[in-house]
Ligand binder design. Sequence first.
Ligand code: TPP
Ligand code: SF4
Ligand code: SF4
Length: 1306
Amino acid sequence: METQTQRLSRATGLVKGQVARPGLAVPFSRATTKRVVAAAPPDGASTAPAPAEFISTGAPSVPVSSAAPSTGNILPFSATSGANTGKKPTPKKAPMDGNEATAQIAYAVSDVSFIYPITPATVMGELVDQWAAEGRVNVFGNVMSVTEMESETGAAGALHGALAAGSLATTFTCSQGLLLMVPNMYKIAGELTPCVLHVTARALAKHALSIFGDHQDVMAVRQTGWAMLCSHSVQEAHDLALVAHLATLRASVPFVHFFDGFRTSHEISTIELIDPEAIKRVISKPVYAKAIQHHRTRSLNPTHPHQRGTAQGPDVYFQCAEAANPYYDRAYEHVEAAMEEVSAITGRTYKPYEYVGAPDADRAIILMGSGSQAVEEAVEYLNANGQKVGVLKVRLFRPWNAATLLAELPASVRKIAVLDRTKESGANGEPLYQQVMSTLHEAEMADPQMPRRYVVGGRYGLASKEFLPSHAAAVYENLNAARPMRDFVVGIVDDVTQRSLPASSLLPPGVSTLPVGTFECLFWGMGSDGTVGANKEAIKIIASNTPLHAQAYFSYDAHKSGGVTVSHLRFGPSKLRAPYLVQQADYVAINHQSYMAKYDTLANVKPGGVVVINTTFTNVDSLSKYLPEKIKKQLAALKPQLYLIDALAVAKSSGLGKHVNMVMQTVFFNLSGVLPMEKAVALLKKSITKAYERKGPEVVAKNHLAVDAAISGLVKVDVPASWAEGATAVVHPNPPAKVNAGSRWEFMEKVARPMLALEGDKLPVSVFSPEGFVPPGTTIIEKRAIAAQVPVWKAENCTQCNICAFVCPHAAIRPALAAPGELSGAPDSFRSINAKGPGMAGLQYRIQVSPYDCTGCDLCTHACPDNALQAQPIDAVLAVENTNWEYAMKLPVRSDVMDRATVKGSQLQQPLMEFSGACEGCGETPYVKLLTQLFGDRLIIANATGCSSIWGGSAPSNPYTTNADGFGPAWANSLFEDNAQFGLGIATGTLQRRKATLRLAREVLAAEPATMPISAALRDALTRWADHFAEAEVANVVAKELQPLLVAEKDAHPTVTELFEHRDMLHKASTWIVGGDGWAYDIGFGGLDHVLASGENINIMVLDTEVYSNTGGQRSKATPISAVAKFAAGGKERPKKDLGAIAMSYGDVYVASVSLHANYGQVVKAMAEAERYPGVSLVLCYSPCMLHGISGGMCNAIDESKMAVETGYWPLYRYNPAIVEDEKHHRFQLDSKKLKGDIEGFLSHENRFQQLSRKSADTAAKLHHDLDDSVHARHDRLKHLAAGEYIPGVTHHVEPTAEGGPAPQA
Ligand SMILES: Cc1ncc(C[n+]2csc(CCOP(=O)(O)OP(=O)(O)O)c2C)c(N)n1
Ligand code: SF4
Ligand code: SF4
């Protein structure tokens, strides 16, 4: 909480001890000052420290108003007149994120790019692809050639080739993608090739994958010989991208240009754009023209040939490596020169190492990346409060220039903290620290008179962990100690090795260091509800139509949809740095009322700020009954200007269903007064038209209507004083926590619950398992209640087919079977009917939904053939259906009343994958859920990175769970690219261990009874187990029997003891390699192919969404002709790869092509056959995805899939090598025999195809025709196969052996 003085200083723009004088009200405000920096001499070496000097521009400061009017303009400044800055926005200014800022430059000065998607760099690839598709020309007058590759390995190889051919080539990547480029990076640098690789620096997959930002990836390539240039902000990403492209040409050394993933890559900020004409002028200078010409003349060309990439021996390799030294020795000066050139055209000055702060500082922090801006804010604050500190910002990490760094550091600095945004376990400090240490040590050796400096290193910000000015203050305070802590961390609580620094009183958390007049906003939204998109538009509208500086950043939780999103918006008259989340919001919008109870949505509200709640309780009385006590007290203390709106009602009446984003956006413009309302509405409507045009005029009109209707529903209420007392009863929408014991529940309480409440940042190190392993089944506590409507069962219509449960992607609807006695304690609402079918006599049947876990996708109501499910508003049924659900879950799972390998029987099995964070209606999850129902208690899943790894295991949501015996899927994700090999390794390792177990069993059985004193029961069970070692159905039943026997007799003989220790291998596992089409068809295809050829007993499931869904829908080789995808902006022109045909060509691979929604029985049959087949099995699963844009939504995925099959778009077949071919029996069976309907009809329901029709009707007509042809041609081929006429590529049929490998040795 701010102190009085702090509030005062914020309000006046003055800091402690500072006196106001005209024209210098905010001495260190970036907006009101201009920095003059002494130009460094060309060699940059002998410069004396040249601290920045601040000169006031005389612009008046604007105090923050604490008393905002109740309606209309709540801003502390006039946003529209421009009076505060005296400037109108210039056309060169634009709001954009770091990715776009960089891509603009990369596109302008490159001719060729090879791309591959990886978050958060993907956007750069998408933009250059889009611009190329639009025919945009670069400064050389060329349209960039953009090619998507199968992986980053491929992108780097192709890049290397394009460079060798003399073209100006670039690419974009990060994290695992960058690691895959390492071999080629050595080659490109080894050949001294000019090239720029733009990297959104990101964490690496270690104990867990993380898409968030730090420097682990770039630090892992620092040895490859590439120069490394770091941008610290969105503006720098734009400017230094150009510096990198210029410097690489000058230096003939390749450059990695990097900036912080998400923080910079995804932060929208107002930047000044470099005029392309100016770029053209610079790059036309002789120095570059010559460099480009040189690059071309040394290219591979038969008219002036040379050889490269030869092999060298001990005689010459070393010398050759050293021969490149001069290039690296001179690279620094080329960077400086390029910076000067960019400075000349932009007016913005950069130095490879730049010191900011007190000229006579005693302490300094050295760091690189966006964190430097937070440190700068701290430096300004601390220096104004009597400290003497500074920050040295490192932009050039390779080649390192020790002399300049030293020269830049004030001589007065005695203590230094080097902050690394990476972790190098086991090292004596991280790379930047090591670099600074060696620099200082060498300098001290060279000059014994040089004063000694005390240097410590620490870590911050891994995986985008918040790094605040207050953390920087803690680092400075640490330096005040006589012996400052080394190897420290900031931003987390390390209570294990005690490395974290305590908070500093110099700048306590909560004190704002932002420029005066900055307006901060928070918007709490739900994933896929449009809040983020609307806020992006809002910030762009503000930045483009007012003189204000704007910044926006968006944080998300782990769910694919239905998760929490928080939009952090700032704008104000001064330039903004603040690379951290909003700490003290002037405006908070809570777009979903249930968030008030789930999350601390008011934690960052500024006292007296505006709070807008979207709620059905639009008056104080009803709200008072709904809100938890804690929230009311918080509101009473904060005294906000409180507004209520039933945005859902407005959205519904406008035809927008549950999409409240436009309503809430309009309210924001109305209350903030950032623009005159009339203008704001006009601009909002314009942006709506632009954004939704491709979805058709109806959608545009509905959104316009919502904008017009929004304000009518807005109500201002006064916070009753009584709320401070806390007298009203609490209504908590969450069900009570489950009580249980054991480590899983401990994990849920200690780790998962705080994380789900978005309090994970507060968790200390000690609560985590150091290897990153987590218990299964944690989604059971989420209880998100995100559905607007949930299905309720109509018993009288139900025919007990279980299809609703079969199609449910979230395992949120299940059949329950009960013996009459088990219903005695059931709630009155728990209706049931006599169960039908063999084995069910005397049982009662009911279909039960979990209203808290249902996502409201409506698939089940659409799938139900009997109209026995009715969607009802969640509020109306939540309590009663939740009680019913809890009762249903207590009933025994009657898994053996029916064969599980049937549609109905499969749904009587407990799903061991439940309540995942996949999008509502996801087409991937039902396959995996079914897999767990068929084989879940013995399942091992090797999961490729992709949607299935994200909904399958994103902390803390682990949907894989266990049955009553504690058995359930063992699940692991290694990487995107190696999943097939990883799965093969698991299968091989498991088989090897089982064989050893079999050997032990046989040793026990072979021993003379006199020497092996075991019971007859153990001997009998062991014999049966050994005889059926490879048959799960028998072996696993006997394995259960064996467990207590082995426990009891484990000490009978050393071999029995050993067998006892191997007892978890008695169970025969079923190993499945699972992944998406991007993995199977592209990046992992090499490994997949190897597994297909391996003959091992292993199963592969490809969840084919026909795009890279997880990264936003880029095309893969599974994308069909004519579909519009990212990286295929003009519609894909090449056909889909026939993975099934490739696999069948081996002859001994079981292959099935299935569509769960189109043919329930066939998919069950295929999975059972695949698992039973004792060799390699491949199941290709058609998986409708949100990204297909199915008209009417994912609830229509069933009809759409049926049409896909009927028209031949997706064939259903099974190829079973276990079948002995004869005239009647064929290995290949076509399950979708007859085609009907017209493919155009199918295509017309999906936006991925319709987009092309809207863009270019002619191209669409041609490509749709090609698709139709290829579909029919394939169907003809398949019919021949089904008639046994031709089995593709079969040379011989390998008879499978037990476990697919050689028969186990006794
Ligand atoms: C080496 C590497 N490159 C890129 C990525 C980023 N990435 C993660 S998942 C994914 C796409 C997955 O697509 P797909 O296999 O089709 O599965 P889906 O998401 O559709 O289920 C990509 C490109 C990565 N994790 N590793
Ligand atoms: S509406 Fe969707 S999530 Fe809910 S029970 Fe039905 S299928 Fe499952
Ligand atoms: S596959 Fe599609 S629908 Fe499923 S989680 Fe991924 S993006 Fe969502």
